[in-house]
Design a protein around this ligand. Structure first.
Ligand code: PEP
Length: 269
């Protein structure tokens, strides 16, 4: 097995009523049952009780309202389910919030923390993100810790400094490659159709790995997965995923279409 098995994670954001979420999950299950490399016809399917080997880890993060239904739909497959956020505390007077323990209790395996939309819309700073990531670890979830610079920071030449600061402030000291995944998502590339070039993304990923090295040591840094996110599509996925320090993708818009999301899964080898 490779040192870092790729992870393709779909972030559905605030999209989908129950019927939409179940239909999308069913379409992914159907694709997950095909033998990779064989044509998409019935003969190429494996029996439902024998999950096909996937080329990478596959994760979907639906809105909270859909988590339970999607978990039921993907049950028995290799598709994992995660939350898009969690509170730092396990329980209490936190109206509207959901804890990592609650996600774990449902059957989630991952939770995204520190997505730029949470940082911008809910004022989450690095410390808040770190506390949420620590909550994920406490609950037995894998935390996907998101970092990324804004367009203004990029234009000011601050990309690497911003991302290094976010990593130092957001990644728990107890993080291991088994419990934490980092996602580099340049804010200017999210939902805009603009993507960092593979070389640009690789340079930032290498800087992130250096920062992880300083924080967690060389073994953890070498084995920790760093995903790229920002307008990843089937058409650009292979080149991005081919970079030495890009270990998967966090996918927003393209994760809402089974065909596109599975095209990205297929690009991860
Ligand atoms: C995201 O929000 O995590 C994301 C990467 O979105 P998109 O793929 O739509 O740019």
């Amino acid at each position: 097995m490779d040192q870092r098995r790729p992870l393709i994670a779909g972030n559905w954001k605030m999209n989908g009523l129950v019927a939409d979420g179940v239909a999308l999950a069913e379409a992914l299950v159907e694709r997950s049952r095909r033998h990779p490399g064989l044509p998409p016809d019935a003969a190429a399917e494996v029996p439902p009780d024998v999950p096909a080997a996937l080329p990478c880890d596959v994760l979907v993060c639906p809105p909270f309202t859909l988590v339970d239904r999607v978990l039921q739909t993907v049950s028995g497959t290799k598709i994992a389910v995660g939350g898009q956020d969690c509170h730092a505390e396990a329980s209490g007077a936190r109206t509207g919030d959901v804890s990592a323990e609650m996600l774990k209790d449902l059957g989630c395996r991952y939770v995204i923390v520190g997505h730029s939309e949470r940082r911008a819309d809910h004022g989450e700073d690095d410390r808040t993100v770190r506390l949420k990531a620590e909550a994920a670890l406490r609950a037995g979830l894998i935390a996907i810790v998101c970092v990324g610079e804004t367009e203004a920071e990029r234009d000011a030449g601050q990309t690497e400094a911003v991302v290094a600061r976010q990593i130092a402030g957001s990644v728990p000291a107890a993080a291991t490659p088994e419990t934490v995944v980092v996602a580099y998502e340049p804010v200017w590339a999210i939902g805009t159709g603009k993507t960092a070039t593979p070389a640009e993304a690789q340079a930032v990923h290498a800087r992130i790995r250096a920062e992880l090295n300083a924080l967690l040591g060389s073994d953890a840094a070498a084995r920790m997965r760093i995903l790229y996110g920002g307008s990843v599509k089937p058409g650009n996925a292979a080149e991005l995923l081919g970079q030495p320090d890009i270990d998967g993708a966090l996918v927003g818009g393209a994760s809402l279409k089974a065909e596109d999301f599975w095209g990205i899964v297929g690009a991860a080898k």
